[in-house]
Ligand binder design. Structure first.
Ligand code: AHR
Length: 309
């Protein structure tokens, strides 16, 4: 075969390969909150695996729970001229300036999982996430039904200032406020960690003479609930039997706690959400068509009766 013939054959092959490629070859910077609990590392792993499947070059930055680290990461993505940036923001505040910088540089920003509080919604393309307020309402509705609308509740809040802590609390309170005999008697942040949940529950147990008069525990995530369960058991209490236990995430360790009867219900927050996030991003990068400001991922409530999956 002469060289010219070989060259045109090779060029045709390369063109066909490109045309058959399922998605655009893009570089995406992803600023992740950190690795707290069981849900977040599962989400990070999924984002990395899905990126590989989609031939996306993913630059991953773990902010270790610090907003200042996220701001640094986003600025570094801007300097590297990535095609798009995904942010799962630690807290809702403090984002205006850096989002302006991304906009000026012509780099689109997508929010994943958590929200930001900015007046100009044009600073990001869309947010792809579950409805945290709905999760709080589902937990509240389950507890109202299970306690027949009569329950003194202790609450373990997530990271102060984060979208899930704000919205889950709001949603939960909106439902229990419909029941005159349901109220939150103690509430504190356990920062979405098992250790945090355990520490806060130990303090609640001390302050309430072994949870006297308490009927239920609402934790903004499963890891805090798992820590609370440990603390309650160590104090000789019976979570899941003498106390109604409801939380959010439905991670594997919570499925075990539900099966063992130590917990009663968990609202699922899907962690395998790269398959929702990347198609929205790559679709937008191709056609730049307006998207709704929020692409919602569904949530369901599970109990021990839910078939294992
Ligand atoms: O933003 C979602 C929350 O963050 C999850 O419920 C929690 O486990 C995580 O840390």
């Amino acid at each position: 075969m002469n060289f010219m013939k070989w060259l045109s054959g090779a060029a045709l092959g390369a063109t066909l390969m490109l045309a058959a490629s399922p998605s655009l070859a893009v570089t995406i910077g992803f600023s992740q909150v950190g690795d707290e609990g069981d849900w977040r590392p599962a989400f990070s792993k999924d984002m990395q695996e899905e990126a590989k499947k989609e031939s996306i070059d993913l630059k991953f930055a773990d902010a270790q729970g610090k907003e200042e680290e996220q701001l640094k990461a986003v600025r570094s993505f801007i300097a590297q001229k990535v095609d798009a940036i995904v942010i799962a923001p630690v807290v809702v505040t403090g984002w205006g300036q850096v989002l302006e910088e991304a906009k000026k540089a012509g780099i689109p920003v997508f929010l994943a999982d958590r929200d930001v509080d900015v007046s100009d919604k044009g600073l990001f393309v869309t947010r792809i996430s579950a409805d945290f307020n709905l999760e709080g309402r589902l937990a509240g509705a389950w507890l109202a039904a299970a306690s027949k609308g009569n329950c003194n509740i202790v609450e373990l809040q997530g990271t102060v200032g984060s979208a899930p802590a704000i919205e889950r609390k709001k949603g939960f309170e909106a439902v229990i406020s419909l029941f005159p005999d349901m109220k939150i008697v103690k509430t504190q942040s356990g920062d979405f960690t098992t250790e945090g949940g355990k520490k806060v529950m130990e303090a609640f147990i001390k302050a309430t003479d072994n949870l006297k008069g308490v009927c239920g525990v609402f934790a903004h995530n499963d890891n805090m609930q798992l820590g609370a369960i440990q603390a309650m058991k160590e104090a000789g209490l019976k979570p899941g039997k003498d106390f109604l236990m409801v939380s959010v995430d439905y991670v594997p360790a919570m499925k075990e706690a539900l099966a063992a009867g130590d917990a009663n219900a968990s609202v699922e927050l899907k962690s395998a959400i790269g398959k929702y996030i990347y198609p929205v991003m790559t679709g937008w990068l191709k056609d730049k068509k307006d998207l709704p400001k929020w692409v919602k991922i569904p949530s369901d409530l599970h109990t021990a009766a839910t078939p294992a999956n």
